[in-house]
Structure formats: C-alpha cells, structure tokens
Design a protein around this ligand. Structure first.
Ligand code: ATP
Ligand code: MG
Length: 573
C-alpha cells in the first residue's frame, strides 16, 4: 500500500473526552472517527487492524471445530420475551417497531437466536455436541459509553454457543474454549490473566473472564502472588478474616444495651466514643434495588471495616441494579440514616447480612433510633436472616486457596466464557432426546470476545508518549518505508525497490511516497500510527545506506540498501 493512495487523516488534535491513550491514538492516528455517542467508523487503517484481530479469533475458533455462521443483527422482540430478557436486560436493550408495529431489538448478544436456530433442528443426543459462533455487530445502549472503542454502544463481538447432552461435556468444551482464548491473546501479543467472574445478566454459573492487564483497565482484579488465584473483584473471595473477638478481649457477658451516641453517625465516631475498633461494629449500607417492575429500599450489613461489593449485593437481592437511596426515600420507609442496624428494623424492610459476621457476638450497631446504638449484640438471635458474601476483598486479605496476601491489579475485560446450563433452552423449550429416549433441555455454554475492544486494548498495553506501538499480529503494516524527499527520483525509486522486495518476501509494507509532506511529518506519522519498523530512505542513499528504526525502542540502525529487505525479513519472521 502507498500512503499517497490511502485515506489516513492523522491529526495533532486530541478529542476533549479522550482520556485513554488508545482513544487518543486511534482518533489521532486516523484509525477511527466518532459518528455519535458510543458509535465509531473504522477508517481504512482501523479496518485493517480490526480484520487482523478478527482473523486470529476466527482461526483459533475454527481450530477447535466450532462452526462459523452469521446471525441476524436485528432480532424479533418475541424471542426476547420467550427468554424473559426483554425486560431483564433493562435499558441496555434497544427496542423498536417496524412499519407494521412489530417489535424488534438490536442484538446485544445472541443466545435467543441461536437457541431458536438449533431448536427442532437438533433433536437427538447423537447430533451433540455442537459449537456455533459468529463475529458480528452488537448494540448495547450503555449508560456511559466512553473510552472510544473500549465501551462503545455499537461494537464487534465474537460470540459462540455450545450445546451438550451432559454437564461433563459442557465442562470439557469450556476448557477447550479457555485454551483457544489463551492462544488468541498470546498470538495477539497481549499480557493477560484468566480470572473467576460474576455471570451478570447473561446468567449461568462457572464463568471466567480474560483480562488484558493495563493500569487504565475499568476492572479491578484480585490476584494472589503465591498461587494461580485470580478473580474479578465482583466475584473475588478471601479466607475469612480473623478479627479479635469482643468477648475474648473484654471478658464480659453479652448483654445487648442501648447507649446514647448523640450526633455520632459514623463508624469512626462511635468506635472512638465506645473505645472499640471498627471491626467490632456493623456498617449499614442502604440502597434502592431496581427490579423489572418495582423497586425497594434494601439494607446491607457488613463489618465496620469492610466495604460493600455492589455486584455481590445486587446478586444477593436478585435486582437489575442498585442505585443510591435518597434521604427522603430512606425516611419514608422508617429508616434512620447513621443509626441503622439489624436489630429492631422497621417491619418489611428487606435486609441482607454478610456471611462473615454470621452468629457474631458483641458487635456495635445502630439502634434504628436517632442518637442511639446497641452494644453487646448477638447476631445468632436474629430470625430469618439472609446471609450472603457481600464484601469487597481488600488488598492484604488472605487468599482462600493458599493463604498468600491478595493484591489488586487493573484489567480490561476482553473475553468472558460461561457455563450457561439450561437457562435459555428451558425458557425457550428447546429439547433433544437423550440416550434413554427422554426429552431434555440442551445444556449450553456461551463464549464472548470483544473484537473491537481488543483494538483499543492492544494500544493500552503498547504505546508511549509519541503514539501507538502495534504488536506483530495486529500491526496494520509491519514496515513503513519513509521516502525522505519523494520529489527526488533516486530516493523514490530506491524506496519502491525495497517496497517490492519486502512484498515479495511476504512482509506487509506501506511506503510513505507523499510528495507534499516533509520528512519530519512522515516521521511523526510513523511514530503516531505505530508500525513496528520504518526504513528511512534519505541522504545516505548516495553511500548505499538506509536506516531501520524500531518503533518500540526508537533505536536506529544503518544498513546497506541491498541488504535491508533481508534484515527486516529476519527480524519479523
Ligand atoms: P462489561 O462488564 O465490560 O460491560 P460485559 O460483561 O457486559 O462487559 P459480555 O456480555 O461478557 O460483557 O460481552 C463479551 C465481551 O464483549 C466482553 O468481554 C467485552 O470484551 C466485550 N464488550 C462488552 N461490552 C462492550 C462494549 N460496550 N464495547 C465494546 N466491547 C464490549
Ligand atoms: Mg456490559
């Protein structure tokens, strides 16, 4: 390819909302343009990168025996009503009507479609297992589209769906997919980690996420430095914290007493006043839980020095989402902010207690009355309590597998694999006949990769202050031949000769043959766009020399023009 023929509008201007390097460089490097909130066009250079990543994903999927197909992007709302997700997906699902008034959605994922395809077409266990996938546009009306390709509303995803007659066979395929995903990220040259994950709105259990490690990642992942343990904070667990027991330290009997704590609304104030530690108190977090057709105020109780993990809390009450409760809403249901505790709550208040404080004694908590707290409580006396894991694992907590000290790191979720089970097949009445001639719902797995998000993730992990640095598998071209002054016949001719040589060696090459641009401009385009190597054809050509520049290190090396193609071929292969 020649620069002179290519539409590559690079710019020095950074969009106002572009805080991430990938967002800035993708726009500035002429890879993408924004057309609306969370909507992007892929320009020629961006399309090349996207297709390269897509090709790696396809190749590794095909190697596992999965079948590529292509499902319709627009799907009838009726399918979503069958599965129950027409409402369960919430406002992320974009619905609309056609001229006849029939309801449709823009697919955010395709479980419903694929079940509808397989239903009544596969009828016997003999035709199982099967894994079907496609690489297609998705639409999610994200609450906060941001960070360029990282969180768009329209994006490209690879989604695969497998069908099985037994759970064991699903687990086998799940491991096949995990291995294929690892190969994909390795081939793309990315540093990643596989972590335990929450299953979110897709449903099912036993899910794993593939995290591209980057400081800018939106996800916090909890990792153990001493063993393999890794989990998204939404699903991370820890060994139960050892906390000094109040009874042991004070040696006094457990008697629940109401004490005056005037104006003391924080755990800190109350602990100081009563000379106890934060861990010997109960923290109340009040939230408004949003359901399909209703909402309610829910209180979550965790130990005073713990933090509530919202995804866990949301799962504990089966809500679509949790939002902050306003002062009025709290008052309306009879709760007293700053003095809320699990004993003597107003009737009908839904509450959940963290399982780590199950049956604890001696903890201080609010008395559900302005200015009062209880001391010497005994949680084992509470009736009908829902206990759940509600806490956010903190750095320094102990690993439940090996006892190591857990640490935080940041990651970009680039893939997610789920053992779905029969959630969709049951809801949509998709069955097969098993070995005994008995009707069974299909046992399913589903497996996603954010193909367009990966374009951004590669840059997040590989860039410097000058621009992007593509990895070998993702680079739009491997070599950029910079003809210093393309108006000079000999320079242009020498450049074109190297260009032809490299092409015949199978090296993807672009030549910067623009006559109107100066050398400095071409150099900064090279650095901004991030091709792995440049060859500079300039003044030294008279002595038979050209220069190779390594984009990553920016190191320069003078080589004989006659040998340059072979040297680059060796570096790249
Ligand atoms: P997130 O938690 O980041 O919203 P998700 O859990 O909703 O992701 P999945 O439903 O598992 O995502 O989708 C599969 C993959 O699609 C994700 O691992 C991610 O790489 C990609 N993806 C999801 N949402 C977006 C988006 N808004 N923009 C770009 N890629 C996305
Ligand atoms: Mg999402």
């Amino acid at each position: 390819m020649k620069f002179s023929q290519m539409f590559m509008p690079t710019t020095k201007e950074t969009p106002n909302d572009a805080t991430l390097a990938s967002h800035q460089y993708l726009i500035r490097g002429g890879f993408i343009t924004q057309t609306g909130s969370g909507l992007y066009n892929f320009l020629p250079l961006g399309k090349i990168v996207l297709d390269k990543i897509r090709a790696v994903v396809k190749e590794e999927m095909d190697n596992t025996g999965a079948n590529e197909l292509l499902m319709s992007f627009v799907t009838p709302l009726e399918l979503w009503e069958q599965s129950g997700r027409a409402t369960a997906m919430g406002p992320e699902l974009l619905k609309f009507k056609d001229r006849k008034g029939a309801g449709f959605v823009l697919s955010p994922t395709n479980e419903e479609t694929v079940v509808d395809i397989v239903k009544n077409r596969i009828t016997s266990y003999k035709d199982l297992p099967i894994n079907l996938y496609h690489i297609n546009t998705k639409f999610r009306d994200e609450a906060r589209p941001r960070f360029g390709l990282m969180r768009g509303r329209e994006f490209l995803m690879k989604d695969a769906y497998s069908f099985h007659d037994t759970h064991e066979d699903l687990v086998r395929e799940f491991h096949v997919m995990e291995d294929a995903y690892k190969k994909i990220y390795e081939r793309l040259g990315l540093e990643y980690r596989v972590v335990a994950a929450d299953s979110g709105a897709i449903g099912g259990s036993g899910s794993k996420e593939f995290m591209i490690l980057a400081d800018s990642g939106e996800d916090t992942i909890v990792v153990c430095p001493d063993c393999e343990y890794g989990a998204n904070i939404e699903a991370a667990t820890r060994a139960k914290r050892v906390v000094p027991n109040w009874q042991e330290t004070t040696n006094s009997p457990i008697v629940q007493e109401k004490v005056l704590t005037e104006g003391m609304k924080t755990i800190e104030d109350v602990s100081n006043f009563l000379s106890t530690s934060k861990s010997q108190s109960i923290k109340a977090v009040m939230k408004k839980a949003i359901y399909e057709e209703s909402s309610e105020i829910v209180v979550f109780f965790v130990r005073g020095n713990d933090e509530l993990e919202e995804t866990k809390a949301c799962n504990a009450v089966d809500a679509l989402e949790l939002v902050d409760a306003s002062e009025e809403e709290i008052k309306e249901v009879g709760l007293v902010a700053g003095y809320c505790g699990p004993f003597g709550l107003p009737e009908n208040i839904n509450f959940v207690v963290d399982e780590e404080i199950k049956d604890e004694v001696g903890l201080v908590c609010g008395a559900n009355e302005e200015d009062y707290h209880f001391t010497g409580t005994d949680l084992s006396t509470l009736k009908d309590v829902k206990y759940f894991d509600l806490v956010a694992v903190q750095e320094g907590d102990k690993c439940s597998s090996c006892g190591g000290e857990l640490q935080y790191t940041k990651g970009i979720e680039a893939g997610h694999i789920f053992q779905l089970g029969t959630k969709y097949s049951e809801a949509m009445d998709a069955t097969f006949l098993d070995k005994n001639g008995k009707k069974q719902p299909f046992i399913m797995g589903c497996y996603g990769i954010g193909v367009s998000r990966l374009v951004a993730a590669v840059i997040e992990q590989n860039h410097d202050e000058k621009g992007a640095i593509w990895t070998k598998e993702t680079a739009p071209f491997l070599v950029d031949i910079i003809v210093s002054n393309a108006k000079k016949e000999d320079e242009l001719e020498a450049g074109l000769k190297i260009y032809e040589d490299l092409k015949s060696l199978g090296v993807e090459t672009i030549i910067d043959d623009r006559k109107k641009e100066r050398f400095g401009f071409k150099m900064s385009d090279f650095e901004l766009i991030g091709f792995p190597y440049a060859v500079v054809v300039g003044k030294k050509l008279q002595d038979g020399l050209v220069e190779i520049i390594d984009r990553k290190t920016l190191e320069k090396e003078e080589v004989e023009v006659s040998r340059v193609s072979q040297i680059l071929f060796e570096k790249i292969k």
